[in-house]
Design a binder for this molecule. Structure first.
Ligand code: COA
Length: 393
């Protein structure tokens, strides 16, 4: 059974001390329901992606049931570290595919700034291997990804400047996105002169700590027909991969094997040629939690051959007009990274781009009618790749 997204919405990302968790979530749920033209009674099942350890509310599905005045609806909370959002979409997607549900609300929400930054950074650190790495060596996420960045630099000759160029691009597009945490351009000098967090990463190589929400309404093909829905995009394929908890068990630090595997599965399901998949896509949102992660993602997703992802950066091939536009919503770097909301927000972006609704001159050219989302939890502990399309398979 084909599954469509029939409505989408998201909150402004950033520091959201003005709202509580339910109010923040509603900023995404309300426009998603309005754009889908559905009411509470139409929703069969509600999936809430939230990591939530830093936040006051734990039972967010029940909270939203009450706040949103839902009735007789099943619900589930989902967590897959930074891939929580796309994992929540997977639960909704498979619920409809299996015939268990017809219309599903998928919400991702996170209020990370309810705890102080050092606490949040410590809690995120537990998404690696707590016993071997976090407790013994004190690694936190900038450090985990710095290991990958330095491996990539050593193997392929990438430089700190190459990584900074990713940040410049993503801030360029963040400046055009009214929902982004950082709506300002940055110069290469500013990125390169920002303070070190974990070498080679500086402040501008890191995604920030963010409050935000995003929501989509999923519907079965039958409902789409019954309701005569015109504005929709379809889930064409999804791949999910898992990695080892302990980084010392990994073969390579210049690729996330779980992401490369998830991409392969997603391309197969969507019927996309794996030799040059970018020729069949109009753009992609990739998990740039750190700048080097975006470069590695280009290769795991086969937008470039191994070692040549950095060339895409140098030639500005991932700006609009290049080989494949990437993160033209600002990415995690500039749009922000409210962990549970990020993967859902990538779906919101696919919805906007494919339906030509992107704001302020950041609309890609829709030629192929397909958009890709790549959402990674931990350092490839969980990877989700989802391909959205205007036409169903
Ligand atoms: N990029 C650009 N500017 C940033 C930023 C970022 N990632 N993070 C914070 N800032 C800015 C703030 O806006 C603030 O600016 P101001 O002084 O003009 O108001 C300033 O830098 C200090 O902000 P603060 O929140 O105190 O930063 P911090 O030093 O406590 O934390 C990081 C910065 C990079 C260490 C933190 O955001 C971090 O750990 N990010 C990674 C999160 C992560 O691991 N996510 C999961 C990835 S898989």
């Amino acid at each position: 059974m084909a599954v469509a997204i029939i409505g989408a919405g998201q909150s402004k990302f950033g520091t959201r001390k003005d709202v509580n968790v339910a109010e923040l979530a509603w900023e995404a749920v309300k426009p998603a329901m309005q754009s889908a033209n559905v009411e509470q009674k139409d929703i069969d099942f509600m999936v809430v992606g939230t990591a939530g350890m830093w936040s006051s509310e734990a039972a967010v599905p029940a909270l939203m049931y009450e706040y949103g005045k839902f009735e007789d609806v099943g619900s589930m909370r989902v967590e897959a570290a930074c891939a929580t959002g796309n994992a929540a979409i997977r639960v909704g997607y498979t619920a409809i595919e299996s015939g268990e549900a017809d219309v599903v609300l998928v919400l991702g929400v996170e209020k990370m700034q309810e705890s102080p930054n050092p606490t949040v950074i410590e809690l995120i650190g537990r998404f690696g291997s707590y016993f071997w790495e976090f407790e013994n060596f004190g690694l936190t996420f900038p450090g985990y990804y710095a290991l990958h960045a330095t491996a990539y630099m050593a193997k392929y000759g990438a430089t700190e400047e190459d990584f900074a160029r990713v940040a410049v691009k993503n801030h360029h597009y963040g400046a055009k996105n009214p929902y982004a945490q950082f709506q300002r351009e940055i110069s290469l000098e500013k990125a390169l002169n920002s303070p070190y967090v974990a070498w080679p990463f500086k402040l501008f190589d890191c995604s920030p700590i963010t409050d935000g929400s995003a929501a989509v309404i999923l519907a079965s093909e039958e409902k789409v027909k019954e309701w005569g829905i015109e504005e929709k995009i379809w889930i064409l394929g999804q791949g999910v991969g898992t990695g080892t908890a302990n980084l010392s068990r990994r073969e390579s630090f210049t690729s996330l094997r779980s992401a490369a595997y998830a991409a392969e599965v997603a391309y197969k399901k969507a019927g996309i040629d794996m030799d040059a998949p970018y020729k069949y896509l109009d753009g992609a949102d990739v998990h740039d939690c750190f700048t080097a992660a975006e470069v590695i993602a280009y290769e795991d997703l086969r937008f470039a051959k191994r070692g040549e992802g950095v060339q895409l950066v140098r030639e500005e091939q991932t700006y609009i007009g290049g080989r494949i536009p990437v993160n033209v919503d600002g990415g995690l770097k500039a749009k922000g990274h409210p962990i549970g909301a990020t993967g859902v927000s990538q779906a919101v972006e696919a919805w906007k781009q494919l339906l030509s609704k992107a704001e302020n001159g950041r609309q890609v050219d829709v030629k192929n009618g397909r958009y890709l989302a790549h959402n990674v939890g931990g350092t490839g502990h969980y990877s989700y790749v989802t391909i959205y399309g205007l036409e169903k398979r």
